[in-house]
Design a protein around this ligand. Sequence first.
Ligand code: FAD
Ligand code: SF4
Length: 499
Amino acid sequence: MAPEALEQVNAVRTLVIVLGDQLDRESAALDDFDPAQDCIWMAEVANESTHVWSHKQRISLFLAAMRRFRDDQRELGRRVAYRTLYSHPESTLGDALRADLGMLAPCGVRMVRPGDYRVQAMLNAVLTESGVAVKHVPDRHFLVSIGQFSRGADERNSTRLEHFYRQARVRLGILREPDGKSPTGGSWNFDRKNRGTFGREGPGQIAHPVSFGLDSSTREVLALVETHFHSHPGNQAAFDWPVTPAQARSALDDFIEYRLGGFGRYQDAMWTGETYLYHARLSSSLNLKLISPREVVQAVVEAYRAGRAPIEAVEGFVRQVLGWREYVRGLYWRHMPESLDENALGAHADLPRLYWTGETQMRCLSEVIGQTLRTGYAHHIQRLMVAGLFAQLLGVRPRAVHEWFLAVYVDAVEWVELPNTLGMSQYADGGRMASKPYVASGRYIQRMSNYCQGCRFDPGESTGDRACPFTTLYWNFLLEHRAKFSRHPRAALQWRSLD
Ligand code: FAD
Ligand code: SF4
């Protein structure tokens, strides 16, 4: 069956390929688009949601946002050849593209490079085989290009975040004083001020993030996903993600108005029943390219200049978006595809079933996994120091951990997820990203949250009936990897405490 609107497409000069995570209305691929001769190509393909066992909200978000992009482009008078899910027999994106290249016979193809290595390899193979002329245009969404990242890493002989981040701030003039060199606020880094906890009284009232409601197009997608991906993890009752640029912008404004001020101080804190706390909830909008990192960074810096947020919050936030986000992308492309199979600590256990159900007596994990299944979201410390940490302490195969993280979060795309999981969370890269494994006992979770209250385990106990599994496994981890780290300059202290 032909994709929607194909029957109206006569000769095609340029076929502009737009993937589900390339919904940038300002994309260079759309420059010089001529509605009379050019055509946009998009496809919904089930395999993109099944190659890892994707959360239903993740599938719905991609499809809903893609359909809104399609409708916006058609409103501009542009032709869009769009394959809806299950309207065609082709099972992969590559097969769908091959079929349509045959049907449309464009003179050329234009696109921004795919964000994932897997998709890039698949589409490149089809495009090469077809013989069509392909033009890859620069990805204007990002603040640092892959080439710039690599050149910088070579020059500095370092792939550490801190070096990358400072250089990017200086080059782009972000939070920099008029002398051109000094950092605004007198420091490059306010991490010391950014490790606050809520104390006994808890976080108090934090304004609930803006809600977007469901239009008919999104409702249709939710129903479609419920029908075709019924057995997939998660549920959709709480679906409330931006699917248009306007909604993404309103999520940004809402964050700046109500939560940016507390972002820095409480960015590592967790609390039962509190999903978003002071976090921005912008990652899925950024990763689908509904909003640009430039716009996000500019807006928070302006908020600082206008006295609406303290420097530690604004610097902490800029560090995430201009720092971590751009940095992990550079690392991803520098080390793919070999990083997929890295396993520096030789971990071989299977991922426990509780990761798909949230059913466990460990309160921290049941909170974080339960929330993940309900919302498709967890903030950074919940991912790193609860879900990721337990898998690492248990010695789960990094590839299995990666596939879980790629499946269950609405913002999951491989270029950002993989380095975070394999590098930061599991130390599978052997120290490229973090100088030592981020491991801690249950005491860390006790300090940063209220999860341990009412848990049947005790974070201070490492043996016996009430022993906290995190604490027991932490000491076990130190014992198992003693030879590797006990002389490590930054890790030795942790290992010495083992004695
Ligand atoms: P905030 O906490 O409000 O941060 C603001 C923005 O900064 C985020 O929207 C995000 O774009 C960026 N950011 C923050 N931390 C990071 C980071 N470590 N790496 C890259 N960008 C960052 N983020 C994803 O976008 N997709 C993923 O698939 C993903 N997988 C992760 C897996 C693991 C194991 C870990 C430890 C982290 C992962 N992250 C991922 C990073 C981070 O957890 C999320 O970006 C963040 O929780 C999203 O929520 P937020 O928008 O409220 O972010
Ligand atoms: Fe988690 Fe251990 Fe605390 Fe229970 S006691 S919530 S298992 S850290």
